[in-house]
Design a protein around this ligand. Structure first.
Ligand SMILES: [Zn+2]
Length: 488
């Protein structure tokens, strides 16, 4: 645990051990070209940053938002006419929905808000601002001066031939606003500029100290390590494969920029059960802000990281979620109450925390009702999950009396007599276990199969033939509520 109460996983402690005393700069970078869902990347970096801090190191933790990156592909749900902006910087394209200052901000701001909600100690830097403020002027000049060496490394690692006029710097064409490296003609170091020719054959200058362009992605990776003083950055497995971007950037960093390659952690993907690998271009995403509606930040951290983020995990927000929450609550020492029971209670009492507490006490989970603020929070998570993710079988609503009578029309005489008998036997002070006992023994004594007996119970209460564990559920209701529905 660090001072903010966030647990530091063992794997992160091991990584921190290998990184030296510091001071450290932990960097994580994401392009806001669509909904930002890659929480695992940020969480891996956060865990290592926290582990370094716990070891007493000075740590700067940076989220490098690639806002100057060109738009490559239009995210799903974006109007088709945005095709015209392909090649332009995300920070200079309008917001498709008109609610933020740019295309980049539209996707970045909600993610930033989720990080704030998670109380993450992180600095969000926008790459277009870094270029505009001159933070990358030195490394850009260095890159342009070593164009030949950088091109050579790129060719060797990727095995592809680069064009003769390849440039590490992509000037922004004045007319079209597009970024491309194929037009650079010469470098004018005294003016921090390159001379380029645009698509119409017009020559112009682009000043790299003012953000009038950017470094190509692989070069930028190495250059920004140096400019930001990065000592650690996690990467997804797509970047670390042979011939991938880290192999190129590593060589560029040591051979051209003379900067030591930062520590690294390779993480695997998060998959979504039944859908596949998370991918914003395929629209398979889980947004942090939505997930924070159904679980606390620390549970979200645990879910996305798993035991070891170098292994792929499948996230199950549907049928498997209650078990995840039960394990999570047990691990952090929260009082025992099955998440499914919280879901039942939340759906039965709405936002009435006092009644919920009473239901929990009678159901035998009094400990979980002690802290009212916590209970209100837990019920909110349970209710949101029930509304947004729960399988149909777990969505409940207590029938009102008229609905209950209508539902009871489908029961036979044996089932009705059983309900009436149970109704007589129930007492106000019974807890969940005692009620369960009455339900079960009454069925056995009458020679009624328990399955049919319980079906009758669920039918008049919920209009379904199955439901949550009946004892604690009924114990949570008032005796009047039960009797009204059992007198059939
Ligand atoms: Zn917007």
């Amino acid at each position: 645990m660090n001072e903010t109460g966030i647990r530091i996983p063992v794997w992160a402690e091991r990584v921190a051990e290998t990184l030296g005393e510091g001071p450290h700069v932990v960097v994580t970078g994401i392009s806001p070209s669509g909904n930002i869902h890659n929480l695992r990347e940020v969480l891996v970096a956060e865990a290592v940053a926290n582990a370094l801090r716990a070891r007493g190191a000075e740590v700067r933790f940076i989220f490098h938002a690639d806002t100057i990156d060109p738009l490559r592909k239009i995210a799903p749900s974006i109007p088709e006419h945005f095709e015209e902006y392909i090649g332009q910087s995300l920070s200079r394209i309008p917001d498709p929905e008109g609610c933020h200052a740019s295309y980049a901000e539209h996707f970045l701001v909600p993610f930033e808000e989720a990080l704030a909600q998670m109380e993450m100690d992180i600095e969000v830097l926008r790459s277009h601002e870094l270029y505009e403020s001159g933070a990358y002027t030195g490394v850009t000049r260095e890159a342009i001066e070593h164009t030949g060496e950088l091109r050579g490394i790129l060719q060797e690692v990727s095995g592809r031939r680069m064009p003769e006029n390849w440039s590490p710097f992509l000037p922004r064409a004045e007319g079209s606003g597009k970024l491309t490296g194929n037009w650079v003609m010469s470098h004018i170091p005294a003016r921090s500029s390159v001379l380029y020719m645009d698509e119409n054959g017009r020559e112009d200058l682009a000043d790299y100290s003012k953000g009038e362009g950017k470094l190509g992605w692989r070069v930028e990776l190495a250059a920004r390590w140096k400019a930001l003083g990065a000592t650690f950055e996690p990467f997804g497995k797509d970047h670390t494969s042979r011939g991938g971007s880290t192999e190129t950037a590593d060589r560029m960093a040591s051979e051209v920029f003379h900067y030591p390659v930062p520590g690294r952690y390779e993480y695997e993907w998060n998959y979504i059960k039944g859908k596949g690998a998370m991918s914003s271009s395929k629209g398979i995403v889980l947004l942090p802000k939505d997930l924070l509606r159904i679980m606390p930040p620390d549970a979200l951290r645990r879910m996305f990281l798993g035991r070891d983020p170098s292994r792929a995990i499948e996230l199950d927000l549907e049928g498997g979620f209650p078990r995840f929450m039960d394990e999570y609550r047990a691990e952090i020492g929260e009082p025992y109450v099955p998440f499914t029971h919280l879901v039942t209670v939340a759906q039965t009492v709405g936002e009435d925390t006092d009644t919920a507490a009473e239901m929990l006490r009678r159901g035998g989970y009094g400990e979980a009702a002690r802290d009212t603020d916590k209970l209100a929070r837990d019920l909110r998570y349970a209710r949101n999950w029930a509304e947004e993710w729960a399988p149909e079988s777990m969505r409940l609503g207590l029938l009102d009396q008229a609905e209950s009578q209508e539902a009871a029309a489908g029961l036979d005489d044996e089932q009705r007599e059983y309900l009436r008998e149970v109704s007589r036997k129930l007492q106000a002070k019974m807890d969940g276990e005692a009620v369960q006992d009455v339900l079960y023994s009454s069925a056995i004594e009458r020679g009624l199969k328990p399955k049919r007996a319980f079906a009758a119970v669920y039918t008049v209460l919920l209009g379904k033939t199955s439901g949550p564990k009946a004892g604690p559920f009924i114990a949570g209701l008032t005796l009047d509520q039960v009797r009204e529905r059992f007198s059939v």
